[in-house]
Write a protein that binds this ligand. Structure first.
Ligand code: TXA
Ligand code: MG
Length: 323
């Protein structure tokens, strides 16, 4: 049986680290301290495990997550670092800096981590327990702040337990986080690079290395919330929602065992009607359907509870932001 949040394990305990590695490799959730805030970690290469993060946080939408790796070399296997990204990584990693990179075509990271975007956010944390957790898991770890949706980021193991008790498998207790605010997020896919979220590394420090760093709304504007700064994946095809019937030239996104017949091509998010499996498949299946030679896309109704709310949020955005 998993070790529950009510009984956080000790930082210095080798057994706890080994157990964390096993849980993560098996698709479970482990909270770990970083130098900024505690993260809720899962195997970034396992879409079901990543869906578990959203489920545990109760997030009503799929925001893209930060991938935590051991080194610049490991980051380069996930996304492409241009000259600016490389200069920032060499100066500030390990540390509280997250770089948004173009996803590599052969990136092992689940599409759900990027919430369907062509970019991926990566950082190399400095905290020894975060580093030991990554090493024990032997895979990149997707980790948002380890709090339930709508709560502030946790800076102690007790905060994590208070917020997510019973919804994760293990908490590595490293005491209070040193920095206490989240990492600085920089989009390196644009020129000049854009500061998406202020955080542990000040803008001036970035600019000393790479020159001008832009703010998303231009200087002087009201700070936008991070969620609004992220553009969303939108399919090229028109998307119809709550479809009960489907035309022969449409691509169908189905769910459960009640599948309207006759579509040109059908992808079922979860034949068993499991919302976590559906979340894990959502972006890959949407992209796949969007590439098919069809007139348009149709999606059946998805139950609007738990992860279903986040799936529906995304489908509504895809509908409005699509052609
Ligand atoms: O300090 C931190 O960054 C902590 C620790 C655990 O590492 N993590 C954290 O994660 O704050 P989260 O999920 O709470 O915030 C991630 C931020 C969000 O603002 C998100 O929009 C942005 O990173 N982000 C992630 N992937 C992105 C992408 N591909 N493009 C643009 N923004 C992205
Ligand atoms: Mg957060």
């Amino acid at each position: 049986t998993p070790i529950r949040a009510a009984a956080p394990l000790r930082a210095a305990d080798d057994d706890a680290i080994a157990r964390a590695g096993e849980i993560l490799a098996g698709g479970g959730l482990v909270a770990f301290p970083t130098e900024t805030v505690y993260g809720l970690g899962a195997d970034a290469t396992n879409p079901r495990a990543v869906a578990g993060i959203f489920e545990a946080k109760g997030r009503p939408r799929f925001n893209p997550l930060i991938v935590h790796v051991a080194s610049l070399k490991d980051a380069a296997a996930i996304g492409t670092l241009n000259t600016v990204a490389r200069a920032l990584a060499e100066r500030f990693w390990p540390g509280p800096l997250t770089l948004v990179l173009p996803r590599r075509a052969d990136s092992p990271v689940a599409e759900l981590v990027s919430a369907g975007l062509d970019t991926v956010a990566v950082r190399v944390p400095a905290h020894p327990l975060a580093r030991r957790g990554i090493a024990a898991a032997q895979r990149p770890l997707a980790a948002p702040s380890a709090n339930a949706s709508g709560e502030v980021s946790p800076t102690t193991a007790q905060h994590v337990a208070d917020s997510l008790d019973g919804r994760l498998d293990l908490i590595l207790d490293g005491g209070a986080c040193e920095v206490g605010v989240e990492s600085t997020v920089v989009d390196t896919t644009r020129t000049p690079p854009v500061l998406l979220r202020p955080g542990g590394i000040p803008r001036e420090a970035l600019e000393a290395v790479v020159g001008a760093v832009a703010e998303p709304g231009g200087s002087g504007g009201a700070p936008a919330s991070p969620g609004q700064l992220t553009s969303h994946y939108a399919p090229d095809h028109r998307l119809r929602l709550n479809a009960a019937t489907v035309a022969g030239d449409e691509g169908l996104l189905a769910f459960g065992d009640d599948v309207p017949p006759g579509a040109a091509v059908t992808r079922n998010l979860s034949p068993a009607g499991d919302l976590r499996e559906a979340a894990a498949n959502l972006f890959a299946m949407l992209r796949d359907l969007d590439r098919q030679p069809v007139r348009g896309l149709a999606a059946v109704a998805i139950p609007d509870h738990g992860l279903g709310r986040a799936i529906n949020d995304r489908l509504h955005r895809a509908k409005h932001e699509g052609v």
